[in-house]
Design a protein around this ligand. Structure first.
Ligand SMILES: [Zn+2]
Length: 200
């Protein structure tokens, strides 16, 4: 993505152009990942599903809502690019330009201060979103636009692993619960038999 195009626009036009570039760039990468999922038979995902929670930071991801007792309390909302609700996994595809990929982060020559602020805000927001999601018990995977292009199978492996771990964990927990229920039942049966013996 070249920055020279945006620099020729006046300031008022710039943000409009930027948001258009951003949405289109991201969309292409998202569509590429969705195609890959379908081709590789990865299921259980939805796009842009909203995840909510409470958060403390006053970043843009936070919308102020009124609580039950009229107390203003911040609510965290985010729509990850892909959400695997059952595995509690959120996947983001990050454009190299906007999110500052270490390989391809270009630094536009004009309006340096503007861009520096813009990029650092984007990065801060990404970190904030990661942290909040993890606090809510979500797994977060971020995929660089360029990694998806160069090594799609590596990206896919990370996602598969995250899903597999979750499934294994759930199975282990379910087994533990079942074992516990079985032990409880056995103890209750023993108690009942004791009582019967006592009554006889
Ligand atoms: Zn990159």
């Amino acid at each position: 993505m070249s920055s020279s195009k945006q620099e020729s626009f006046p300031k008022s036009k710039r943000s409009e152009v930027m948001s258009r570039i951003r949405s289109r760039g991201n969309k292409d990468t998202e569509i590429a990942l969705a195609k890959l999922f379908r081709r590789q038979r990865i299921t259980g995902w939805r796009r842009h599903l909203e995840i909510r929670g409470r958060a403390r930071s006053p970043l843009r991801a936070v919308a102020r809502t009124t609580g039950a007792h009229g107390v203003t309390r911040p609510t965290f909302r985010v729509r990850p690019d892909f959400v695997f609700p059952k595995s509690r996994l959120a996947v983001f595809v990050d454009g190299c330009f906007w999110h500052g990929c270490p390989r391809h982060a270009t630094k536009p020559k004009n309006n340096r201060a503007f861009w520096r602020r813009k990029f650092s805000r984007n990065k801060a927001r990404d970190l904030f979103v990661n942290r909040e999601l993890r606090k809510l018990g979500w797994r977060v995977i971020r995929i660089w636009e360029c990694s998806l292009q160069r090594r799609p199978m590596n990206c896919l492996r990370r996602i598969r692993q995250a899903i597999a771990v979750e499934v294994t964990q759930r199975r282990t927990e379910a087994r533990r619960l079942r074992a516990f229920a079985g032990a409880e039942r056995a103890a209750a049966k023993a108690r009942f038999e004791q009582e019967l013996l006592g009554a006889a």
